[in-house]
Design a protein around this ligand. Structure first.
Ligand code: CMP
Length: 455
């Protein structure tokens, strides 16, 4: 006998992401449709039955998938089918099984005219609702999308659901009161008893929104005791939801573009500071322009120091990634042994400079050398006025002062915005000690340049 062999799915695979989107969509579909059908008892055919069936089949397939879905236990990846099955059976299996029970199908056969019972026997599909929140919470950390956007989506669906449920509840009460109650209800009061379902739903939704947001125009008002009790409960719900939503939305919006917000705040501070200190306008423009380059062009990687608390191996990986461009461009780094690269990226400090600024001044004492990641600099002699050369990405300079312990032999000025990496003297010496290849290469270049100077 051949048994269908289902592979073990990886929790962060593309397939699982798509599957999760499908499960979320079906759960939201059910959460909207089921209460609507219970309240409005609308007869539905064709496409809706098909959608129900597709959704139900996928939810059953989800149970099968979950029996084959690997998981992480304290960082260890578990793909032993027995352990997976045991974990699932212990946690969510029963709930998912009940949520998939085809009660409505049975009711459709046994009681084809009882729309209320058919709709009611789908209510337990909503047992899947916690999974909707679980999946969203997981996306916040595991998916490469701005987590604030994901949180925003979750909040919007959540608000829409609550409002919809309240509208359905309000209609259900009005409708039952009209038939079974004292003969009065908000539906009768507003002559909405025998209008189309769309008009009834719009009016219910209108009441739900005005009551939940505590606007309460009062044009649709509760008329019976049960309606008043329901209205009071919805108002309470509205008050607590209001606080929750306002708090969340304001923090979400300010988080949505945290980088822009930080940039604007910084620029405001600097502008005020410069104005108060009567800094000349040309310098003010230059400084503002510099910030624009650093932040708007999104080139500021200095921020990676906020990750200082990371353990050493992770920090190295991060630095390697951030400095990838300079490693690729600077010839002496290419083909060097990985250990050297790892050591050097940890000590390189990024620096951004605007055009027409001195990086090095001839005759000064030197404490660091530079690698160019991006931009153009000019090496020249202030004494003789001769231009030695221009340097672009991949070149390095400032090494003579470190190798020979001499004052700077030339001046270097930026011609464009320059992104540089600085290697300080102490780090330079340490690296030099351990990596003779780097040492001989730097010494060779320093010698050539030094001799060219002193010819
Ligand atoms: P340093 O003397 O520390 O500071 C100025 C730098 O300019 C120097 O190191 C070299 O890196 C660089 N430099 C000096 N002379 C030349 C040259 N002729 N050609 C290229 N680069 C030079």
């Amino acid at each position: 006998m051949t048994i269908l062999k289902i592979p073990i799915f990886r929790p962060n695979s593309k397939f699982m992401r798509l599957w999760e989107i499908l499960i979320v969509s079906i759960t939201v579909y059910n959460a909207f449709i089921v209460p609507f059908r219970i309240s409005f008892q609308e007869n539905f055919y064709g496409i809706w039955i098909l959608l129900d069936l597709i959704g139900d089949t996928i939810l059953i397939a989800d149970i099968l998938i979950r029996f084959h879905l690997g998981y992480f236990d304290y960082g260890e990846y578990i793909e032993d089918p027995k352990k997976i099955a045991q974990r699932y059976r212990y946690q969510l299996f029963r709930r998912h099984l009940i949520a998939s029970f085809p009660g409505d199908l049975i009711a459709r056969i046994l009681l084809p005219n009882s729309l209320f019972i058919i709709a009611l026997l789908r209510l337990y599909r909503l047992l899947r609702l916690p999974q909707f929140f679980q999946i969203f919470n997981m996306w916040e950390t595991n998916v490469n999308v701005n987590p604030t956007l994901i949180r925003m989506c979750k909040l919007i669906v959540f608000i829409a659901l609550i409002t919809h449920w309240v509208a359905c509840g309000w209609f259900l009460i009005g409708n039952s009161e009209s038939y079974f109650g004292s003969g009065n209800s908000w539906l009768i009061e507003n002559s909405l008893q025998s209008v189309g379902t769309t008009t009834q739903y719009i009016n219910s939704l209108y009441w739900a929104i005005t009551t939940l947001t505590t606007v309460g125009y009062g044009d649709i008002a509760p008329t019976t005791e049960i309606e008043i009790i329901f209205a009071v409960m919805v108002m309470f719900l509205g008050i607590s939801m209001y606080a929750y939503i306002i708090g969340n939305v304001s923090s979400l919006i300010s988080n949505l573009d945290a980088v822009q917000a930080r940039y604007r705040e910084k620029l405001d501070q600097i502008t005020t500071y410069m104005r108060e200190n009567k800094i000349p306008l040309t310098l003010q423009y230059k400084i503002r322009d510099y910030y624009q380059y650093r932040w708007i062009e999104n080139r500021d990687i200095r921020d990676y120091y906020i990750l200082d608390e990371l353990p050493f191996p992770l920090k190295t990986k991060l630095a390697l990634q951030l400095h990838k461009e300079v490693i690729e461009k600077v010839p002496i780094f290419q083909g060097s042994n990985p250990q050297f690269i790892e050591e050097i990226v940890m000590v390189l400090k990024p620096e951004i400079l605007p055009p027409n600024e001195y990086i090095i001044r001839e005759g000064n004492l030197g404490n660091e050398m530079y690698f160019i990641k991006r931009g153009l600099v000019q090496v020249f002699s202030e004494k003789t006025g001769s231009i030695y050369r221009n340097m672009v990405a991949g070149a390095f300079f400032g090494e003579i002062a470190l190798v020979y312990e001499k004052p700077r032999t030339a001046s270097i000025i930026t011609l464009t915005y320059c992104e540089l990496f600085v290697l300080y003297k102490d780090d330079f010496k340490k690296v030099l000690e351990h990596y003779p290849y780097f040492e001989s290469h730097v010494r060779k270049i320093a010698k050539e340049r030094y001799e060219a100077e002193n010819k």
